[in-house]
Design a protein. Structure first.
Lengths: 126, 563, 304
């Protein structure tokens, strides 16, 4: 599981970890039943405080993405899949917000923007 | 600072200005005060051999009257008055030579020429030339100051000794050795000790026994001068351009080193005391013993070579060798005693180690180094008669005949010598870290006090004065002994209460102290009970044994640890 | 003869220290609980090393008290030092010792010294046992020093600028070792540094020092949440810095200005609006930025 931590990001580290794991679950790189590394191991791997990792895991547990099985570790939860879609949409809508704001700054209206999106989508598919 | 030469000179001056001023003051002081002092005490400086001024008849009479302590004090005082200025001159010139080798203490390389000099935009030839020229000029100046301004006593056996050429050659050879042998500290030490011994030999009294050397002395020195300059240049050039770094010890020596490293999978230390002892031994104790071996060994080898060439050494040479060997451990321990030790290094300060343990370990290490150095010295001395015969005063056979108790007292004397050498280091531990010149006092204080006493005795202005002084001596010593024990009690109490010193360590030290006291006092009481000054002698011995100082040392270490 | 189990590893109250004329520590009070990673940030000369020396008992408190695990490090140095593993900034290891001798010698002082752990660490740090300390590179001697501090599993690991002058690989090794310490046994770690991104990754609580005073202290999360970086856009370009109360630092030119503030978000926005600006971005600043902003605001404010 490859995660990255960026200290100057503006986003707290535990959130970065939680988000990235949610990404991975959403992108099916982590399927329900997969084990997430224990807190200690991930902390050593990423060279961050174990408490931060613990907080990230707590956040994930609260969101229902992972489940902690007593004594045997943390696993991606079964209910991961339906929530994944919601998570995916949420992440995309955040990006869309930034895109729209920037388009506003650059003075490009909505129609031109949608046209551009369609063009880019076709280019990428080819 | 307009030119590199001025900058270099300024740097030398600035770094050593206190000591240079002290030398200047010493010269002037001696010039003004010394002749008057000698006249005051009735010592004549115009004798061909100033040592004749020692009132020998007076002294042996005093011994017969039962005042050995006073006799010793008088001898020491006269020697001090006569040889004092000579010793100052010697020390100041040696110090100047050391100064102009420009070596600094470097963490990685030990004593070496500082690398920053090589980054300056000056050529190697300029650096060598300038340091040599300025050094030679300073030494000449100081030498002339001593010989012309101060009325130095003449000692006929040392005639030719204060020769300027010898000093200049020594400067250039020392520079050459320090610069050329930069990466080889052991080799450098051996070479320097050989050189110093050889120069001492050239300047000393026994040169008269070697007419060939005596006649060609100047040419030898000039040749060495040239060789020294050339070596300095080559050596410095090589250091500057890192040429020595490609050189390494031949294969078989390196293999031995690696084998030793592999074999050192020793088990852990059994206790912190042993670990600390190992540390102090490796850090300082070992060096003194090795230096003794190096300095003494080299001297012996040189004389052995001379003996092989000449057949049998003359009495003068043999005497010189014996005296040199005796002086080496004393000198080394004296230097160790006054070397500045920076406040407890951080590495030690953060260990869970009490100040008492630190001090006790230093004492133990100093004791071992003193004992081992003397063992080496005695061993070499035993082989000296192989090379030649000792003169009358030093010949053991004749000494044994004069003092019939000598064989019985030999162990006492041996332990006494080891003890006094140990004391040179131990007595100093209680004095601070900062003021190096202050450190000479605790080490030399008993001798200084004796000299003070001798000065008072020699003063013959008021007739009853000498008598009065001898009568009050026991009381003065008695008061000092009482003060010593009172101070010790207070200091040790504080150390025990605060936990800086453990009871068992204190008990061990007390037993050692008591054993030493018994070792010295019992023979004294047995053999000297009929002397009039027996009380003073006993009190003096008790004063010599460091007691309160040790407690003070623990206090000082503790203060430096928690500023 | 151990002190009662205290919750705090280190307790400092009102510590003041002067060196000749310079005030090195000015009424410093800190409480560091067991099992936490505490980061001490500050510029060079802020007083971090002085504070650390007080914890070690190398300096005696002129005014105020210092307690380590409930004990006074000056009165009971042997007991306190047995529990502290210290890595000094200068790495003053004896130059003549070999690495294996270093381990053997240091191990004799600590009853909790674990020889197997020492060996493991030595191998992990790739230190040649027969190498003399004076031939070690800077990174290697830092690792050797860290080894000595870790091998006896101290209750308190105290590091003074552990990463100073080291390449990124060695820095990572050191941080990893710190994390492993905390993760494995929940021991307390205090480290001082001016590399704030290390603090962000690794610390639970931080304190920032400036000219001998603590200007900021508390859990890292709170500190980060209380500071924010706002980008303002003004309709008309401003020739001079806008004066916005509550802003620790303001930078920019013309129409766009970035400010770092802490607390009082609403008032800041109102003040900005009054001056004719609007907020275009709002983010959490990095600790570096917080530190620089704090330092700048301390410089401009009159010294108390």
């Amino acid at each position: 599981m490859q995660l990255h931590v960026n200290t100057g990001d503006g986003v707290p580290i535990y959130l970065q970890i939680a988000n990235q794991i949610k990404h991975l679950v959403g992108a099916r790189r982590l399927v329900p039943g997969d084990e997430i590394p224990p807190i200690r191991v991930l902390a050593q791997q990423l060279v961050i405080n174990p408490n931060t990792v613990a907080r990230a895991y707590l956040e994930l547990e609260r969101a229902g993405v992972v489940i902690k099985r007593h004594g045997s570790g943390t696993y991606v939860s079964e209910q991961g899949s339906p929530l994944a879609r919601k998570e995916r949409l949420k992440i995309l809508s955040q990006r869309i917000d930034s895109l729209l704001t920037e388009a506003g700054h650059l003075e490009i209206n909505d129609e031109e923007l949608f046209k551009l999106i369609r063009e880019r989508s076709e280019t990428l598919r080819r | 600072m307009n030119s590199p030469s001025a900058a270099l000179v300024w740097e030398i001056w600035h770094r050593h200005r206190n000591r240079l001023v002290a030398i200047g003051v010493a010269i002037l002081g001696f010039a003004l005060i010394y002749p008057r002092l000698c006249a005051f005490y009735g010592l004549r400086l115009d004798l061909p051999n100033a040592l004749d001024a020692i009132p020998e008849s007076q002294i042996s009479e005093r011994i017969k009257q039962g005042h050995p302590l006073t006799a010793i004090a008088e001898i020491l005082t006269v020697l001090f008055l006569l040889l004092g200025p000579l010793a100052c001159m010697l020390l100041s010139l040696l110090y100047l030579i050391w100064m102009f080798t420009f070596a600094e203490q470097d963490a990685r390389k030990g004593f070496a020429v500082p690398v920053r000099l090589f980054r300056l935009p000056i050529s190697t030839g300029f650096l060598v030339g300038w340091l040599s020229v300025v050094g030679a000029a300073t030494i000449t100046l100081v030498y002339l100051g001593w010989t012309r301004l101060v009325h130095l006593p003449r000692i006929d056996i040392f005639e030719g000794y204060p020769s300027l050429l010898i000093w200049l050659t020594l400067l250039l050879v020392a520079q050459a050795l320090v610069w050329a042998l930069d990466g080889f500290p052991v080799l450098r030490l051996l070479a320097l000790s050989g050189v110093i011994f050889f120069f001492g030999f050239l300047a000393g009294p026994s040169i008269h026994d070697h007419p060939w050397l005596e006649q060609n002395r100047s040419s030898i020195l000039l040749a060495l001068l040239a060789l020294g300059s050339a070596s300095s240049f080559v050596g410095l050039h090589k250091i500057r351009h890192g040429e020595w770094q490609t050189w390494s010890w031949p294969g078989f020596l390196r293999a031995r080193g690696a084998h030793r490293a592999a074999a050192s999978t020793k088990s852990a230390f059994k206790s912190t005391a042993r670990a600390q002892f190992w540390f102090e031994w490796r850090r300082s104790g070992q060096k003194v013993v090795l230096a003794t071996c190096a300095l003494s060994g080299v001297a012996y080898l040189i004389m052995a070579v001379v003996a092989a060439g000449v057949g049998v050494l003359s009495e003068g040479d043999t005497d010189g060798l014996a005296l040199y060997l005796l002086a080496v451990p004393i000198f080394l321990h004296l230097v160790q005693g006054i070397m500045p030790e920076r406040a407890l290094p951080m590495f030690l300060a953060v260990r869970p180690l009490t100040s008492g343990e630190v001090v006790m370990t230093k004492l133990k290490v100093a004791g071992l180094s003193s004992a081992l150095s003397w063992l080496v010295t005695m061993g070499l001395l035993a082989f000296v008669p192989l090379l030649g015969n000792l003169s009358g005063q030093l010949d053991p056979g004749r000494l044994l005949a004069r003092f019939e108790h000598l064989p019985a007292l030999l162990p006492v004397i041996l332990v006494g010598v080891i003890f006094l050498t140990w004391r040179l280091v131990a007595a100093n531990l209680c004095f601070g870290i900062n003021h190096r010149w202050l450190k000479l006092w605790p080490v030399l204080s008993p001798y200084a006090l004796l000299i003070l006493y001798g000065l008072m005795v020699l003063y013959s202005g008021v007739s009853g004065f000498r008598h009065a002084v001898s009568i009050t001596l026991p009381f003065v010593l008695g008061a000092l002994v009482v003060a010593k024990f009172w101070l010790a009690r207070r200091v040790f109490r504080v150390c025990l209460k605060r936990g800086w010193l453990s009871r068992s360590a204190l008990f061990k030290y007390l037993s050692v102290w008591a054993a030493l006291a018994a070792w010295f006092l019992v023979p004294t009481l047995l053999f000297m009970q009929r002397e009039a000054e027996i009380v003073s002698i006993v009190l003096a011995i008790i004063l010599l044994l460091p007691f309160a100082r040790i407690g003070l040392a623990v206090l000082v270490v503790n203060v430096s640890r928690h500023r | 003869m151990s002190a009662p189990e205290t919750a705090n590893a280190v307790e400092i109250q009102g510590l003041t220290r002067k060196f000749k004329d310079k005030l090195a520590l000015d009424n410093v009070s800190l409480r560091i609980s067991r099992g936490r990673v505490f980061g001490l940030a500050g510029e060079n000369g802020a007083g971090k090393t002085t504070l650390i020396k007080h914890i070690l008992g190398l300096l005696k408190a002129e005014r105020g008290t210092v307690r380590v695990f409930g004990l006074d490090p000056v009165a009971r140095p042997a007991e306190v030092l047995k529990q502290i593993g210290f890595l000094s900034e200068n790495r003053d290891l004896p130059a003549w010792m070999r690495v294996d001798e270093l381990l053997r010698y240091t191990g004799a002082f600590y009853p909790t010294w674990d020889t197997t752990l020492a060996e493991q660490l030595r191998e992990r740090f790739c230190l040649d046992p027969s190498a003399r300390v004076k031939t070690l590179s800077r990174g290697e001697s830092a690792k050797a020093g860290l080894l000595l501090a870790l091998a006896f599993r101290p209750d308190l690991l105290l590091l003074d600028e552990p990463s100073s002058g080291l390449d990124p690989i060695v820095r990572r090794d050191i941080l990893e070792a710190i994390i492993r310490t905390v993760a494995d046994e929940g021991r307390t770690v205090i480290f001082s540094t001016h590399l704030l991104d290390e603090v962000e990754r690794v610390a639970d609580e931080i304190a920032m020092m400036f000219h001998g005073k603590i200007v900021l202290s508390g859990p890292l999360d709170e500190v980060k949440e209380n500071h924010y970086r706002m980008v303002l856009r003004f309709e008309t370009p401003l020739a001079v810095e806008p004066k916005i109360p509550g802003a620790l630092s303001i930078r920019g030119s013309g129409q766009e200005w970035t400010l770092i503030c802490n607390g009082g978000r609403q008032q800041t926005i109102e003040a900005a609006t009054r001056l004719g600006g609007r907020v275009v971005a709002e983010e959490t600043p990095s600790l570096d930025e917080v530190f620089i902003a704090r330092a700048a605001s301390n410089v401009s404010a009159p010294k108390a």
